[in-house]
Ligand binder design. Sequence first.
Ligand SMILES: NC(=O)c1ccc[n+]([C@@H]2O[C@H](COP(=O)([O-])OP(=O)(O)OC[C@H]3O[C@@H](n4cnc5c(N)ncnc54)[C@H](O)[C@@H]3O)[C@@H](O)[C@H]2O)c1
Length: 276
Amino acid sequence: MKKLESMFDLTDRVAVITGGTGLLGMQHGEAVASAGGIPVLADIQVRSVDPSAPAFKERFGARACAIQTDITDPESIQALLAEVQARYQRVDILINNAANNPKMEKTAEVEFSRLENFPLKQWQDDLSVGLTGAFLCSQIIGSELAKQGRGVIVNVASDLAVIAPDQRLYRKAGLPADRQPVKPVTYSVVKTGLLGLTRYLATYWAEAGVRVNAISPGGVYNNQPEAFVARLANLIPLGRMANLDEYQAAILFLCSDASSYMTGTNLVIDGGRSCW
Ligand SMILES: NC(=O)c1ccc[n+]([C@@H]2O[C@H](COP(=O)([O-])OP(=O)(O)OC[C@H]3O[C@@H](n4cnc5c(N)ncnc54)[C@H](O)[C@@H]3O)[C@@H](O)[C@H]2O)c1
């Protein structure tokens, strides 16, 4: 009988994960490591992890590392690529995962989020990390994949790349309509833009052997306020937010040869939310 397990194998493949020390970045790292790959957690903020600690090696494999990187700065990405090549003599996978993701359901400072007040600086910062950062990493690391004639890019979008935010989710009792918090406009723009980048790169590098896909996760449960969770669950056919580890199998699928005939598309994993 044919065994399909080997199609998911990532033995010795090096995966650069931007935003790698964030909530989902670490989950992607674990997924890569679980298939024998080597996760490189590239993040502007690596203080939360200690690559020399046994717990880090246990979780991400003995050869994994974390490299401080600012993906808005081309020189920092060049330095990341140089360090990866010096350490491993190869790079196989890029996961564009970093983004600013303000948690409107948790924050008390909400007025800035409304479109009428949204600061230009915040617009520029959000686009700079979520969209320009993904472009720059693709330009620098993706070009290396294209040069070697093989590789995979996965762009982490969101259910909000395919549907508009339902701003009723973020409403706070007692505030007038013009002061109600909303999911910032930049989140929709960045995530939708990533789908365009995905299709562009997929066709641009198809003949070079680089596959490019997006994943659109729905919201992950992370101790959000109970009322918010209940309202969101009500918009989701499966009736709940995602568990933290429920995107790992999809990441593994997109990074591995299991998805060898797939490029330029968007894998929506949202508990069915975008059906409604
Ligand atoms: N958590 C969710 O519910 C959810 C749902 C759908 C999509 N997503 C997407 O998944 C991705 C990860 O989300 P998360 O919840 O883990 O967020 P997170 O905030 O925990 O992680 C984001 C990481 O990006 C890093 N980062 C920010 N600016 C950077 C820069 N200039 N250079 C390098 N790294 C930088 C941060 O330090 C952080 O570690 C994001 O793209 C997010 O939009 C998350």
